[in-house]
Design a protein around this ligand. Structure first.
Ligand SMILES: C=C(O[C@@H]1C=C(C(=O)O)C=C[C@H]1O)C(=O)O
Length: 169
């Protein structure tokens, strides 16, 4: 017998994916710090958004709403990257020893998260509305993601920004 997960589990997974994506911003920042690669890469952002829009359409989601959601993820990723650049400039001893490869390693991981996101957005479509229920579940999911991923204040704040669009539908 299979038991369907309650919708709140899908919301938790959605928020957890947002936290995972923000933690990957650390790898993105480590790839860029000390190189001439800027934090902002508008061409790559457009690719991420175009891909998300195409997948959203296939999943029966509103592409414009999905793009707005991904814009928030991108903005918050850049907030984390800026925070880490600032931290590492002030504390060079905290600069990661390893510089991951952005194109072959980190971005493919981000792309897998995009696909997972679209699945969770589809699974939570009925729940994502400007309701008390959505906001209550979101708050619970946020607290759980903070704990599960042991987020520091920089990532916690970014997570709040990243999940802000969820209960606005
Ligand atoms: C994550 C990156 O940094 C920025 C954020 C992006 C994102 O969140 O997808 C995309 C491009 C950059 O503006 C990256 O360069 O891949």
């Amino acid at each position: 017998m299979t038991t369907a997960l309650p919708p709140s589990s899908d919301l938790k997974e959605l928020v957890s994916l947002a936290a995972e994506r923000l933690l990957l911003a650390d790898r993105v920042a480590a790839a860029k710090f000390g190189t001439d690669q800027p934090i902002d890469d508008p061409a790559r952002e457009q690719q991420v958004l175009d891909r998300a829009a195409a997948m959203a359409t296939e999943a029966g989601l509103d592409p414009a709403e999905t793009v707005a959601f991904f814009r928030a993820q991108i903005e918050m990723s850049k907030t984390v990257q800026r925070g880490l650049f600032d931290r590492w400039t002030r504390h060079p001893e905290r600069v990661p020893a390893e510089r991951p490869d952005l194109v072959t390693e980190v971005r493919p991981h981000l792309d897998r998260i995009t696909a997972a996101f679209v699945g969770r957005l589809a699974a939570t479509a009925n729940l994502r509305a400007a309701t008390r229920r959505c906001r209550d579940l979101l708050l619970l999911a946020e607290g759980e993601a903070d704990r599960r991923h042991r987020l520091d204040p920089l990532h916690e704040k970014a997570l709040r920004g990243a999940i802000a669009p969820i209960c606005t539908g």
